[in-house]
Design a protein around this ligand. Structure first.
Ligand code: GDP
Ligand code: GDP
Length: 455
């Protein structure tokens, strides 16, 4: 590294920064208008989330990456609340429940100026049941005079209320220090895997693509009785199913089976639920209804799994209904609409007839193997050396930026850091990614490539 003009500390720093596996998840919950989105904006340090209290605003994005005191984590924002047919308490509870399920720790936001309401109490009950670490945020304490209001929130029985002004930033640093104490270094779920627990699958897809049908088909008689597996603690919404001689955990099966008929807000709940399921899983099986045109919603769901950095399998369901014409158009649609996961193993299934069910597990295993692939540094650099020699970066402004060396900083998904002598253009980065895939596989996994440029 030194002879290429990078100092060792810089290189080690870059590798460490890029090298993380799945990040722990923090959920921010609370009733409407207590300041959740304002707080999330503060935590993520930019104004990406929507802060206006416009009812009916649906947000696509519910998870964000954040960093505090050098530690990285994900934040699940539940601020996109909408009043719906369930009524306020049930709506708040439903969205909080999804977020809490996926979280390793929770910030519960209460409006200190208003004090604890019945709706707040409903969330407290959920938090108790979930048993996850909770940091109580007494928000809207904009100055010292508000601190007494915060103290009243001891009555919630969730420990110390942290007086915060999400709007002005007062107290947020102290609160985030507490959050870091509550958050594990890596998601608890990852530890489960390290200990040999079952691999976790999120079966996702828009309504009516056939998720519950598929689950029932694959489960068949094979549902595993919880007690049979010693030492498995099981979330009631998760289900252990034996497939191909191996026990898998299908996460959030309640969301797959339970028919909650939501009218307004259904999109937002669905997004939240999908995001939560994906966070809890290692591999996402994205189900697409092959009998219908691939929709924006399908693409959004795929994007969520890609951005979460999960292993991915795409299953085209209802194959039994396809005629030749539809098959023709489907292939064209896959090319144009789902190019972002062209690397994902694909299965064409029918949950109804059971067609190709046996191909599901091999596809999942392939994706997980890609997700965990580690390329030795020597092999990577031999490959990069040849690549750069055969296909140099275009000359820009009289200079030719060059990739000098690289390393794989992490897995799950694979993360690479490339060190370069100048700015590497997006087109060339894509080219490098394509060639990396051709050379090393990475079937079924997103890969991250970051580039460090020599000063
Ligand atoms: P959410 O529905 O819980 O996501 O709440 P928002 O973040 O949208 O905030 C609701 C309203 O409270 C907005 O008008 C915010 O500007 C305001 N708000 C949020 N945090 C604070 C705060 O710390 N102090 C004051 N005075 N207002 C706040
Ligand atoms: P979910 O909302 O994604 O859980 O979808 P469901 O499993 O409830 O399925 C929606 C509808 O599609 C139901 O009427 C199913 O019977 C039907 N369906 C699911 N899978 C298939 C399939 O492979 N072929 C056919 N023809 N219909 C299916």
């Amino acid at each position: 590294a030194a002879e290429e003009g990078f100092d060792i500390e810089e290189v080690e720093g870059a590798i460490e920064e890029a090298g993380h596996g799945p990040l722990p998840v923090l959920a921010v919950v609370g009733r409407p208008n207590v300041g959740k989105s304002t707080l999330v904006n503060r935590i993520i340090g930019r104004r990406e989330a929507v802060v206006e209290d416009k009812p009916g605003v649906t947000r696509d994005r519910v998870t964000y990456e954040a960093e505090w005191a050098g530690r990285r984590f994900k934040v699940v924002d539940t601020g996109g609340w909408e009043q719906d047919v369930l009524g306020i308490d049930a709506s708040v509870a439903a969205q909080a429940e999804y977020a809490i399920e996926a979280a390793d720790a929770v910030v519960f936001v209460v409006d200190a100026k208003v004090g604890a309401t019945d709706t707040d109490e409903a969330v407290v009950r959920l938090l108790r049941k979930a048993g996850k670490p909770v940091v109580l945020c007494a928000n809207k304490v904009d100055g010292p005079s508000g601190e007494a209001d915060a103290a009243y929130l001891w009555s919630l029985g969730l420990g110390e209320p942290h007086p915060v002004s999400a709007l002005h930033g007062r107290g947020t640093g102290d609160m985030l220090d507490k959050v870091l104490e509550a958050l594990p270094e890596a998601p608890a779920q990852t530890f489960g895997t390290a200990l040999g627990g079952p691999r976790r699958i999120a079966l996702i897809g828009r309504p009516n693509v056939g998720k519950s049908s598929l689950l029932n088909k694959v489960a068949g008689e094979e549902r595993v009785v919880v007690n049979e597996l010693a030492g498995t603690t099981r979330d009631p919404v998760d289900e252990l199913i034996e497939l191909g001689g191996v026990t898998w955990k299908f996460v959030d099966t309640a969301g797959i089976r339970k028919r909650v008929h939501l009218q307004q807000g259904a999109d937002y709940y669905a997004s939240l639920r999908t995001a939560a399921a994906v966070e809890k899983a290692e591999v996402a099986v994205v189900l697409i209804d092959a009998s219908e045109s691939i929709s924006v919603q399908d693409q959004r769901i795929v994007t969520m799994a890609v951005e979460a950095g999960r292993a991915i399998v795409v299953a085209y369901n209802k194959w039994d209904t396809l005629d030749e014409e539809r098959r023709y158009y489907l292939e064209r649609e896959i090319e144009t609409e789902l190019g972002q996961v062209a690397w994902a193993p694909r299965v064409n299934v029918s949950a109804q007839t059971g067609r190709h069910m046996e191909k599901l597990v091999p596809a999942i295993e392939t994706a997980l193997a890609g997700w965990e692939t580690r390329v030795p540094t020597g092999r990577l650099n031999a490959f990069l050396g040849e690549l750069v020699a055969a296909h140099p970066h275009p000359v820009r402004g009289g200079k030719q930026p060059r990739i000098l060396f690289g390393t794989q900083a992490g897995t799950k998904p694979p993360r690479f850091v490339l060190f370069a002598s100048g700015f590497i253009e997006a087109g060339y980065r894509r080219f490098v990614e394509r060639r990396l895939r051709e050379e090393f596989g990475f079937e079924g996994t997103p890969i991250h490539i970051s580039v460090r440029v020599r000063e």
